[in-house]
Ligand binder design. Structure first.
Ligand code: F6P
Length: 548
C-alpha cells in the first residue's frame, strides 16, 4: 500500500466528462436515435453468446470516447494485466486475485508465487468430479448403506449465493440429487430445510473459505447434531464434506480432510462459484456441465482480456456504470432478468458489486472524491413490472436498468389455439419496458389518444431513462458462466476507475465482532451497558418481549 492511488476526479477525462454532462442533459434519447439511425448497431457489443446493447444509455459517441479515455487514464488495462498475471492487486490483504485462473483450460499454465495454479485448480476439479460422480451414480452411500438423495449446502455470502443462484439458474440441467441451501443463522432456515429430510439420505457440504464464519459454523454444528442424533458419530464421515481454504479448522470441526475440497486465498468469496465452492452445482448438474459453466466464464475472461476497448462489453458496462453513478448521479441499478430461473441473480450481484465497490476510501486509504458503488437490486420480469416499475417509469429517481433476456426457453409453451408463445410474451414485455423507459410518451401523444385533460399529466411518460439490454440464446451452463464473468469484470473496471480495492470487505468485520460480544449480553439478565443508549434500550425491550 505504499503507492498512492490516483484520484479519478483529477484526471483530464473526468473533468471533460463533468463538463460534458450538461451537453447530454439537453439531448433526449429520441433525438440521439434520430441523429444516428445506426445507433443501436453501433452501441451493441458481442461477448461470447451475449449481445449487449448499450444504445439506450444516455451517452453519445463523445461520451464513450471520454469514458474510454477515463479507463486509459486510470490504468484499467494495466490493472487487468496485473490481475490476470497474479499480482497482489488486493493490496489491503496482500493477495493475488485470480478467479480467472479457476476457469483456465487444463493445458494452460499460470505460475503465481512459484506455483502452477492451473495444475492445482484441475487437481481439485478432478477430485470434485470423482466425488460427484460417486454421489450421482449412487456409489457413495450413507452410513446406513442408502443412496444419497439430497445435498444441503451450508454457507453464506459467496459460499451460498453463487452455488444457490447457479443451481437455480440451471434447473433444466439438474439431474443429480436434490439440492438445498442454508445460509442464515436464523434457525428457521436450517429447520425448514431439514424438516422433510432423512439423515440417512442427506449429505451436507459445509462451504466456508475461512471456516470461521458464525452463521456457517452454527448451522453446520446444528446439522451435525441432527445427523449424529439419528445415526451416531461415525456417520459424519459419510454425510459431511467441506469446502474451504483452511484444513486445520475443517479437521477441528470433525470433517475428514479426505472429504475436503480445497481452494485458495486468491479466490475472493464473492468470486468463488467457479472454485470448489461450486461443489453443490456440480452435484446437481454433473462434472461435464460444470466444465461448460467454467468454459463460459473463460470465454468472457478472454473477451475481456483481448477485445479492443471500444468493443469490450464488460469494460464498456463498467465505465458506463461509473458515468451513471458518479457523474449523472443515478445511484442505483436495477437488474431485471426476464428469466424466472435467474431469480437469485440480483441477490448474487448485490454481493458481487456492493461488497466489492461499496467503499469510501481508495486503495491507499485516502477518501474517494466521488460517489462509488452502485446500489444493485432487482427482481425477475415480468413480476417487477407489477411492483417497482411505476417508480422506474415516472418516479423522481432515475434508476438505470439492466434487462436480461433469452431468445429461447426450454420450457416454452408454444403458440397454440390462438395463444401466443409464452416466451414471446415474456420478451415482448422486456422490449416494451426498455422502449417506454427510453422514449416515453409526451403530453401531445397522450392527448392524441383522446385522454381526458385531467389525466394527461398522469399519463405522460418522461422517457430518457437509461437501460442496457443483454440478450443470450438460452440459459445454458455456458451462458450462466458468461453472465457471471461479464458482471465480475465490469465490477473490476469500476473499482479500478474509482481507485478502490474491490477485493477486500473490511466494512463487514466490526458488525461480526460486536455480534459476538452482544451474544452474552442478550442471553443474560444484567443491566446492559454496551456503550450506547440506543442498543441498551433495545436490549431491554427485547428481554421484556422475550420473557412475555
Ligand atoms: O460477508 C463477509 C464474507 O466474508 C464474504 O465476503 C464471504 O463470502 C462470506 O463472508 C462468507 O465467508 P466464508 O466463506 O469464509 O464463510
Amino acid at each position: 500500500m505504499d503507492t498512492e492511488t490516483q484520484d479519478v476526479t483529477t484526471t483530464e477525462a473526468w473533468r471533460a466528462l463533468d463538463a460534458h454532462r450538461d451537453e447530454i442533459a439537453a439531448v433526449s434519447l429520441r433525438e440521439l436515435f434520430a441523429i444516428e439511425p445506426q445507433r443501436a448497431q453501433a452501441l451493441t457489443s458481442h461477448a461470447g453468446d451475449l449481445v449487449v446493447d448499450f444504445s439506450k444509455q444516455r451517452l453519445t459517441g463523445r461520451t464513450l470516447e471520454l469514458l474510454l479515455q477515463l479507463a486509459e487514464q486510470t490504468g484499467v488495462a494495466a490493472a487487468r494485466e496485473a490481475m490476470l498475471s497474479g499480482a497482489h492487486i488486493n493490496v489491503t490483504e496482500d493477495r493475488a486475485v485470480l478467479h480467472t485462473a479457476l476457469r483456465l483450460p487444463r493445458d494452460a499454465q499460470l505460475i503465481v508465487d512459484g506455483v502452477d495454479v492451473v495444475a492445482d485448480v484441475h487437481a481439485v476439479l478432478d477430485r470434485m468430479g470423482e466425488f460427484t460422480d460417486r454421489l450421482r451414480s449412487g456409489d457413495w452411500r450413507g452410513a446406513t448403506g442408502q443412496q444419497i438423495t439430497t445435498v444441503v449446502n451450508i454457507g453464506i455470502g459467496g459460499s451460498d449465493l453463487g452455488p444457490a443462484m447457479v443451481t437455480r439458474a440451471l434447473r433444466r440441467f439438474h439431474d443429480g440429487p436434490a439440492t438445498r441451501f442454508v445460509s442464515n443463522v436464523d434457525p428457521a432456515d436450517l429447520t425448514a430445510a431439514l424438516a422433510d429430510l432423512d439423515p440417512a439420505t442427506t449429505v451436507f457440504i459445509v462451504a466456508s473459505k475461512t471456516f470461521s464464519t458464525l452463521e456457517t459454523l452454527s448451522n453446520a454444528t446444528a446439522a451435525r447434531r441432527w445427523l449424529v442424533d439419528a445415526l451416531g458419530e461415525d456417520a459424519v464421515a459419510k454425510h459431511f464434506v467441506a469446502v474451504s481454504t483452511h484444513t486445520e479448522r475443517v479437521v477441528e470441526f470433525g470433517i475428514d480432510p479426505a472429504n475436503m475440497f480445497e481452494f485458495w486465498d486468491w479466490v475472493g468469496g464473492r468470486y468463488s462459484v467457479g472454485s470448489a465452492i461450486g461443489l453443490a452445482v456440480m452435484c446437481a448438474i454433473g462434472r461435464e456441465r460444470f466444465a461448460e459453466f467454467l468454459a463460459g466464464m473463460h470465454t468472457i475472461d478472454t473477451h475481456f482480456a483481448t477485445t479492443a476497448p471500444a468493443r469490450n462489453a464488460p469494460l464498456l458496462a463498467g465505465v458506463i456504470g461509473v458515468w451513471n453513478a458518479s457523474i449523472l448521479g443515478y445511484r442505483s441499478r436495477a437488474v431485471v432478468p426476464y428469466a424466472q430461473d435467474l431469480a437469485r441473480l440480483p441477490a448474487y450481484l448485490q454481493q458481487l458489486t456492493m461488497e466489492s465497490n461499496g467503499k469510501s476510501v481508495r486503495a491507499d486509504g485516502t477518501p474517494v472524491a466521488c460517489p462509488t458503488g452502485e446500489v444493485f437490486w432487482g427482481e425477475p420480469g415480468t413480476n417487477g413490472q407489477h411492483a417497482f416499475f411505476q417508480l422506474l417509469h415516472q418516479g423522481t429517481e432515475i434508476v438505470p436498468v439492466d434487462f436480461l433476456g433469452l431468445a429461447r426457453s426450454g420450457d416454452d409453451l408454444p403458440a397454440r389455439d390462438g395463444q401466443t408463445s409464452m416466451q414471446v410474451l415474456l420478451l415482448a414485455n422486456m422490449f416494451a419496458q426498455a422502449k417506454v423507459l427510453a422514449f416515453g410518451r409526451d403530453a401531445d401523444e397522450v392527448r392524441a389518444d383522446g385522454v381526458d385533460e385531467a389525466l394527461v399529466a398522469h399519463k405522460v411518460m418522461p422517457g430518457d431513462r437509461p437501460s442496457t439490454t443483454i440478450l443470450a440464446p438460452e440459459l445454458t451452463p455456458s451462458v450462466v458462466g458468461q453472465i457471471i464473468a461479464f458482471y465480475e469484470h465490469q465490477t473490476f473496471v469500476q473499482g479500478v476507475v474509482w481507485g478502490i480495492d474491490s477485493f477486500d470487505q473490511w466494512g463487514v468485520e466490526l458488525g461480526k465482532t460486536q455480534a459476538t460480544a452482544l451474544q452474552s449480553v442478550l442471553a443474560g439478565d444484567e443491566i446492559p451497558d454496551t456503550g450506547d443508549a440506543s442498543t441498551d434500550h433495545l436490549i431491554e425491550v427485547y428481554r421484556t418481549l422475550r420473557n412475555g
